[in-house]
Design a protein around this ligand. Structure first.
Ligand SMILES: Cc1ncc(COP(=O)(O)O)c(C=O)c1O
Length: 511
């Protein structure tokens, strides 16, 4: 056991592992990040649990938290009140003219938050470091090589061999629109399963493409019903397309994507599947489940910055789009034109690609590749189980039946007489913790706890439970924070025991 007299946690880490480079290796970080910890004299609080794990308890999470809080107390506001003072232009201020902002504007330092809402999520330091590298041209041969790697990593994440798998420039809504605008022609009939906000957005898209939506409606919080889809297809044999959301972010419900796609194919319809919240967080198998077109977003379980929408398009869809006689209504999203930039062999200018965001996505997908996609799904399930145990120990109830719960999106009913908005406000102001509110008919009735990507960690689960418990207790709701925490710890312990037993069985079988 090493003795650390009067050292801060960053120095202790270096002492323990022998060098900054070795610390960086143990945490899969860039050396610059570790160097920054040493220079600033503390390890940021969000690393507490990981440090405890990696050092086998030599440096405890409590030490990291104490150190970090002493060095960098949590600021409740990003700027002090009254800072936005008007500075009258002086004679020497040659930059001032009538268009200059009326208030003095300084650089924007975003506060440090724990993001446990429906996205965006926290971003791994490796992704942030990568994004801050110098820009290069989007036709630079080095960049082109990176694009090919990015496409390969995306195929792995989607579990597909589709050659046309790439990130569309724009948020998830652009990926959604990309699929509809290419696959839906005026006068078409499209069946859309709606059981939340995003099914509604799909209907909007169908209408804006000049087509007729046939709506298969299910209650918010329930999965899309395969029988209703089958009935709708029988009643509308001319429908060429079926669209649905795999994991509905507005309710946290998971639909049976494979069954829905099988039914659509039985009736010769193609499918558009929204995997914005499911990709990277729970099982998505594009090839095995025979999706035709699928889109997602970079800021959810992929844990990158918002603004990129990975899509994967089957050969069936490419042929289908090529056969269209009419012109695709969007120039920017015309699949045939985009193929010129993202296709396997050609690289001609289409639009200026967001280079540094793409570096970031490459790194985010690499992290998933290193973890292993199945392990990534299992991690989301594990922390969901612990969070759920804690929330239920506080007496809170989930909106969705356990069979259909999305691990990375936990929708919980706000208890009667508790001020839903006030709870979220206090979590943000007192704990720097963001959770999501309900949308549409669920506004004011639920909270949404996202455990997505890099945000999906045990330290966040425990922070969330203790922060929520203490706010609820303070507001007079009868909970005992300790009960929630011990329920979560017990869930983790029982999962470890089960995993250890499975490992022992596997080793014994192999021997
Ligand atoms: C299921 C689903 N589809 C589509 C979108 C739209 O994505 P974006 O907000 O990135 O445009 C979201 C966003 O939360 C979503 O959750």
């Amino acid at each position: 056991m090493l003795v650390f007299a009067a050292m801060n946690c960053a120095e202790r880490l270096v002492e323990l592992f022998g060098s900054q480079a070795e610390v960086a290796r143990r945490f899969s970080l860039d050396r610059a990040v570790v160097n920054n910890w040493v220079k600033s004299g503390y390890v940021p609080a969000r690393w507490a649990m990981e440090v405890e794990q990696v050092t086998n308890g030599e440096i405890s999470a409590a030490d990291i938290l104490n150190d970090a809080t002493a060095r960098k107390p949590i600021r409740l506001k990003s700027r002090p009140d009254g800072e936005n003072l008007y500075i009258p232009p002086t004679g020497s201020d040659t930059m001032s003219n009538e268009f200059a902002p009326a208030k003095r504007i300084s650089s924007f330092p975003p506060p440090q938050r724990t993001l446990l809402g429906p996205g965006p999520t926290e971003i791994h330091p490796r992704v942030l470091t990568t994004m801050s590298q110098p820009a290069i041209g989007y036709l630079d041969p080095v960049f082109v090589d990176m694009m090919e790697e990015l496409k390969a990593l995306l195929r792995y994440t989607y579990q597909t061999k589709n050659p046309l798998t790439f990130p569309v420039s724009g948020p998830g809504s652009v990926g959604m629109e990309f699929c509809f605008v290419n696959m839906v022609a005026p006068g078409d009939k499209v069946i859309v399963c709606r059981n939340g906000v995003f099914g509604g957005r799909m209907i909007e898209n169908v209408e804006r493409c000049g087509a007729t939506p046939i709506i298969v409606e299910d209650k918010w919080g329930e999965p899309a019903d395969p029988q209703k889809l089958e009935d709708a297809l029988k009643a509308n044999p001319d429908a060429r397309l079926v669209a649905f959301v795999h994991a509905e972010t507005s309710t946290g419900v998971l639909s049976d994507a494979k069954t829905l796609v099988d039914i659509a194919h039985k009736h010769n319809a193609l499918t558009i599947v929204d995997c914005v919240t499911s990709l990277g967080g729970c099982e998505v198998r594009v090839d095995d489940w025979k999706f035709d077109a699928v889109y997602s977003a970079s800021q959810k379980c992929l844990s990158c910055t918002p603004g990129l929408s990975p899509v994967s398009i089957s050969e069936r869809v490419i042929d289908f789009v090529k056969e269209r006689k009419d012109k695709i209504k969007s120039w920017f999203m015309d699949m045939n034109l985009l193929l010129g930039y993202w296709g396997a062999t050609t690289r001609t200018y289409h639009h200026t690609a967001p280079t540094n965001s793409l570096f970031g996505l490459h790194e985010a997908l690499l992290l998933i590749r290193e973890e292993g996609i199945e392990n990534c799904w299992a991690r989301h399930k594990r922390h969901h189980t612990a969070l759920k145990a804690g929330l239920e120990a506080m007496g809170l109830k989930f909106l969705v039946d356990p069979k259909y719960q999305v691990p990375q999106m936990n929708a919980v009913l706000c208890p009667e007489k508790v001020n839903e908005v006030e709870v979220r406000k206090r979590l943000l102001n007192e704990f720097g913790l963001e959770i999501g509110a309900g949308l549409g008919p669920l506004a004011g009735k639920i909270w949404r706890f996202g455990l997505m990507g890099y945000s999906c960690r045990p330290d966040n689960v425990m922070l969330c439970l203790s922060a929520l418990g203490s706010v609820l207790e303070d507001m007079g709701y009868p909970v005992h924070v300790g009960d929630a925490e011990s329920a979560a710890h017990a869930a983790y312990a029982s999962m470890h025991t089960t995993e250890a037993a499975a490992k022992r069985r596997k080793t014994a079988k192999a021997a």
